[in-house]
Each structure stands twice: as C-alpha cells, then as structure tokens.
Design a protein around this ligand. Structure first.
Ligand code: NDP
Ligand code: HSE
Length: 439
C-alpha cells in the first residue's frame, strides 16, 4: 500500500514518525505493508530534525506526486483551500483514497470533494479534521446511523478553551489569557482563526453535515468569537453557578411552516457547572451528542497537537487501506435529508443580561416591559452585587439587575437588548451572554 504524504509539518511529521514506529503493527492490521511513496512540502531545505525518513522522498511537486501511478492513498496535512482542493480532487477522481485533516477545505467546499470521491469510486476520510484525536466523525457517520441525532454541542477549539479556562481560574482578562496561551504554544502567532471562531465554525459545519445528513458549509454557520468576553462576564457567570465556553451548536428545529430545519452556530455561552462540558478545561475538546434512541453521549480528548491528530489520521489510513485491499469503498456521503439551514435570528436560545439601572420606583416594571414587548419571557431576576451578596446597589448608587430569560428566538432577544440600551433608566448594559445547557 503506497502512500503520498502532502505536508510534513506539525501533523505530517508525527504521521511519518508513527508510520515508522508502528510499521509492523500497521502492516498486520491492514494486511499489507504501508510504504511512503513521497512527501510533498513547500521548502525542501527546511530542517526536519531527526525525522526517520529517506530525504530523497521529499518533493515540492505535490500534484506530480498525487498523479503517480504507484500511489494508492493520498494523505493531506497541508491545510488551506488551494492548492489542496486541486490535489484532492485529482486524487479522488483517479480512484485514489484520500485522508485529510483539512477542516477549512471540508467546511468551505466539502461537496466538491464528496462528488469527486463518488466519481472516482474512492474513499474520503477526515476524522482528524474535527476534535483531533477524538473518535467522533466515525461514530457520527457509522455507529449512529441507526439513530436520529437531535443536537450536537461541542467545545471544538482547544486554544479558546484554554483561554476561557484561564480567565475562569484566575480572573484574568482576555488579552492576558491570550498572552499566556501564546507563551505556552497553544495560540498561534496569528490567533484570529481560533479567537474569532473561524476554526470552530468550520468544525461545526462538518459536524452538522454528518449529524443531519445535510450539506452545511462554513458560510451557513453563525459565528462569534471570544474577543469580547470580559473578566466581568466570567465573574457574572460564576455568580450564577456557570462557566463560559465557546460552544459549537448544531440543532434540529422546526420552522414556522412546520418544516424540519437545522441551525448551526458558534458563540460563547454560559453553561451550568453541572453540565458535562463545564468540566472540560485546559486545551481539551469535548462533544456532547444527543440522539433520540441513544440519549446523551460525550466524546472527550485532545483536539489538537501533532501526535493526537496523527493518531486520527493513521486510523483513517488503516481503514482506507483495508478497504482498498478488500476492493470495497466505505459508504459515500449521506446528504439525503437536505434540510434548510435556519438563520441565527430564528434560533431558540436564552440570554443572561446584566445592567446598571436607576434605583427608583417603576424601573423594574419599565425593564420588564421591554422584555414583554418583544415577547421574551423572563425566567429569573436578581438585584444586587455581581458576587451575589445582599443589597441593591450597583455602580454609583444605581441598582444592578441580572436577568435570565426563558427560551426565545435570538432576534427577539437581541432586539430586547438593543431597546434596553436606549432607555434613559438603563445606565449601561454590562454583560450579554447566551445561556445553554439549561439551569
Ligand atoms: P503546518 O503548518 O505545521 O504544516 C504544513 C505543511 O504543509 C508543511 O510541511 C509545509 O511545508 C507544507 N506545505 C505548505 N504549503 C505547501 C505547498 N504549497 N505544497 C506542498 N507542501 C506545502 O500545519 P499543521 O501540520 O499544523 O496542519 C496541517 C493540517 O492539519 C491543517 O489542515 C490543519 O487545519 C489540520 N489540523 C491541525 C491540527 C494541529 O494541531 N496542528 C489539529 C487538527 C487538524 P514545509 O514543511 O516545507 O513548510
Ligand atoms: N487551532 C486549533 C485548536 C487546532 O486550537 O483547537 C485544532 O484544530
């Protein structure tokens, strides 16, 4: 079984190492030895340390390597949209199996890859693209195919989970926690993809596509990052017995016409400390799946890093290699349901709103009236200091109100907050967070 490796960086280097260290076991599991036919990289002269591989295997001609007749399986760990898409389409159309960790490409244009795989009768596996080492996509695309998934809620970005966990543990602000994440090597030099939620949104699209048998792309995902989360938000969550996580949520729903829909979103949210995702700290990932028959399932582990990600890549390599030897192909993409994606404004969610208001008669009624006008039902109201101590005063003699709503359409909740911000009696809206996980 001859393998073309595209990319030899953080993940690719570990793929090479594991292929070398476990060659006998892998051969036994597959039923044939695995050999590297070539490794495509950008810089031939780059120092690759003590990588156990023949330097003559390196090339900068990725497309030429993909096209070689002696290549059976193409492993892509380069990333980005182009030229990766061109290489993988070429491989799949030629009937070569593809294993990729490229979440950005799958979320942007997974349909093209799936179509090419169908055309060439080839396997397309991408377990490493979401939540690194955690076996998650195989359960969604195989084990749970007898069930009906209703909701997937996940922490799928390690960098932001590290930052939010640090903010929760130390009371640090976002900038300080990001600095720590960068020093420890969790955050990249340009952390935009992580902290602005792009990475999680790509993963959310892939998860939703598999869970709901529907093509969902990154453009369908409502995305908010964690850059606006403040130390005060974290303190406010704590006072409510909650913590803040960057969640990816993919949920089934029904629109006004009674049609089944999906909603896919990534945003920071408060979850109660009793929720299984609340205890997922550091740079770990976890995904909570709810299915009609199976009930609640939780997948937990390392979502990033060279070796954990390479573990998922090699699991896929073994699967596709076995299929080739058996002359079979895994089940193709399942997108038959083709559910419409519901916009964020129609998503049902809950808000936690903290505001400083004038402390005089009628203010509470006026605030409540705003919620009522937007048909948003209030679940709890607390007046006092953010740490929950008794008393009514907030800043400068004003009262502080903390309001948690019942479930309502996101557009109604957002409009409520916008109107509150415009009221004279509202000095400032100091925190607005969505609440998930029920409490
Ligand atoms: P790196 O940046 O560490 O490595 C990228 C590799 O691709 C390098 O070897 C680079 O060559 C090579 N490369 C870049 N451009 C080209 C090109 N035009 N032609 C040939 N080779 C090229 O990335 P990672 O290993 O971190 O990530 C790889 C993929 O895995 C991405 O899709 C990423 O999203 C995904 N992933 C990564 C995770 C992680 O923890 N790192 C976790 C989960 C998924 P050179 O070595 O010469 O620079
Ligand atoms: N940057 C990603 C993270 C890597 O922090 O989780 C894994 O996709």
């Amino acid at each position: 079984m001859r393998l073309a490796l595209l990319g030899c960086g953080t993940v690719g280097g570990e793929v090479v190492r594991l292929l070398h260290e476990q060659s006998a076991d892998l051969a036994a599991r597959i039923g044939a030895p695995l050999e590297i036919a070539g490794i495509a990289v950008r810089r031939l002269g780059r120092d690759r340390g003590d990588l156990p591989v023949d330097p003559a295997l390196f090339t900068t001609d990725a497309l030429g390597l993909v096209k070689r007749d002696d290549v059976d399986v193409v492993v892509e760990v380069v990333g980005g949209i182009e030229p990766a898409r061109g290489w993988l389409v070429e491989a799949l159309r030629a009937g070569k199996s593809v294993v990729t960790a490229n979440k950005a490409l799958l979320a942007e244009d997974g349909g093209t890859l799936h179509d090419a795989a169908a055309e060439g009768g080839a396997d397309l596996y991408y377990e490493a693209a979401v939540a690194g080492a955690i076996p998650l996509l195989r359960p969604l695309r195989e084990s749970l195919h007898g069930d009906r998934i209703t909701r997937v809620t996940g922490i799928v970005n390690g960098t932001t989970n590290f930052i939010l966990s640090a903010m929760d543990a130390t009371g640090a602000g976002f900038a300080e926690a990001l600095e720590e994440a960068t020093e420890l090597g969790y955050a990249e030099a340009d952390p935009t993809a992580d902290v602005e939620g792009f990475d999680a949104a790509a993963k959310a699209a892939i998860l939703a596509s598999l869970a709901f048998h529907t093509r969902v792309s990154a453009a369908d995902v409502h995305r908010e990052g964690i850059t606006e989360v403040t130390a005060a938000d974290v303190a406010s969550a704590k006072a409510m017995g909650c913590t803040i996580k960057l969640l990816c949520i993919a949920a089934r729903g029904v629109d006004a016409a009674g049609r089944e829909t999906v909603n896919v979103r990534v945003h920071p949210a408060m979850i109660p400390l009793t929720h299984p995702l609340a205890s997922v700290g550091d740079a770990f990932n976890a995904v909570f799946v709810e299915a009609e028959a199976a009930g609640q399932l939780m997948f937990y582990g390392r979502g990033a890093g060279g070796a954990p990600t390479a573990s998922a890549v090699l699991g896929d390599v073994v699967a596709v290699a076995r299929n080739r030897l058996a002359g079979v192909r895994a089940a193709s993409e399942s997108a038959y349901a083709d559910l419409p994606v519901r916009p964020m404004g129609e998503a049902l969610t809950r808000y936690h709103v903290r505001l400083d208001v004038a402390d005089r008669p009628g203010v509470l009624a006026a605030v409540a009236g705003v919620f009522a006008r937007h048909d948003v039902s209030i679940a709890t109201v607390r007046q006092g200091s953010a740490d929950g101590s008794p008393g009514t005063t907030g800043r400068g003699g004003d009262a502080e109100l903390v309001i948690v709503t019942h479930v309502a359409p996101d557009a109604a909740l957002a409009a409520t907050v916008a109107e509150l911000r415009g009221l004279d009696i509202v000095r400032s809206v100091t925190s607005v967070l969505r609440v998930e996980g029920g409490f």
